[in-house]
Design a protein around this ligand. Sequence first.
Ligand code: NAD
Ligand code: DAU
Length: 350
Amino acid sequence: MKKIIITGGAGFIGSHVVRRFVKTYPQYQIVNLDKLTYAGNLANLKDIENEPNYRFVKGDIVDLAYISNLFEIEQPDAVIHLAAESHVDRSITNPLEFVMTNVVGTVNLLNAAKNIWKDDYASKRFYHVSTDEVYGTLGDTDMFTENTAYDPHSPYSASKASSDHFVRAYYDTYGLPTVISNCSNNYGSFHFPEKLIPLAINNIKQQKPVPVYGKGENIRDWLWVEDHARAIDVIFHTAATGTTYNIGGHNEWKNIDLIQLLCAILDKKLGREAGESAKLITYVTDRAGHDLRYAIDATKLKNELGWEPSITFEEGLEKTVDWYLANEAWLSDVTSGHYQEYYSEQYNNR
Ligand code: NAD
Ligand code: DAU
């Protein structure tokens, strides 16, 4: 049976990837390796936690001895690496934590895989999940392709760019069978409410101010998280070794327009007067080094591997809002931090 270590599987995107792999591939053994930082929440995986092909291990990818030992014991055939510090604002206040997890943690995993595979790379794969932010920022009309030069601006994107370089270096130097994908902004269920969409939904619901950085003119290219998980599945199974794919939804939104849309959706769903929620919009100081525009050209992924987004943004956003309204307990747990106390007690010392 093929064994895959998925790192960061208790996070937002990781939980969707774990669920997809556990449900779609009963012939695989899925080991979810996660440190359970503030962003990791095993409640995201409640529906599959007892599946026979799923197992959780609590561990820190920065801990070299722990990771080397884990790989020796588990002998995975593949790694899908999503564990990371993922929030740009946090990287501005604590860059070193991003270097440790995103750079050192990635190199520890690359090394551990190289050591156990011992140059026998037949049917092995190291899949690194990365971001479009490594490419920097765009003008009005251009798009990021796989050939766009790296130009990261935030400590977060600099750490992800560095990790991408190390993954390529392990391919070029040691022949480690790597694949990388760079994806645009995701949205959907289990998204931690520090990020724009879930934060706005939560604040609008609670009649709290919705902070818009700067003039709200920055543009992001939004993708339904389950479409990202499906793209990872397709790339994991069919991409050639050493390749890179961009993943995106062809779905650019100015932040202020997106927030206005969320306000309108929530006015309807919460029975408020049209325009009531928009009164919560509050312009605040801009993010330092705020990239103006991201947009992904995912033509290579479409043409070579046949992947395309499956739903429109309007459908996805409606589903997302419905999910947050229906999952009040999840939202209040993550905003109170209660889940962390519960799960760290349960999994410490395992
Ligand atoms: P997230 O913050 O929701 O989850 C990150 C997960 O990693 C958490 O479960 C956390 O506990 C775990 N983790 C953090 N540090 C760890 C460590 N030292 N050891 C083990 N586990 C650790 O992140 P996300 O938004 O789901 O992003 C997942 C990956 O996808 C990241 O690599 C991110 O750079 C990339 N990405 C995210 C987006 C997006 O829009 N969210 C877009 C493109 C790429
Ligand atoms: O592009 C992919 C990246 O998307 C991922 O690599 C990151 O892990 C992920 O966090 C996301 O980064 P962003 O910085 O684009 O996402 P965030 O949700 O933090 O912000 C989206 C936009 O909204 C950005 O222009 C900043 C703005 N913003 C954000 C917050 C949290 C606001 O205006 N107000 C806010 O309160």
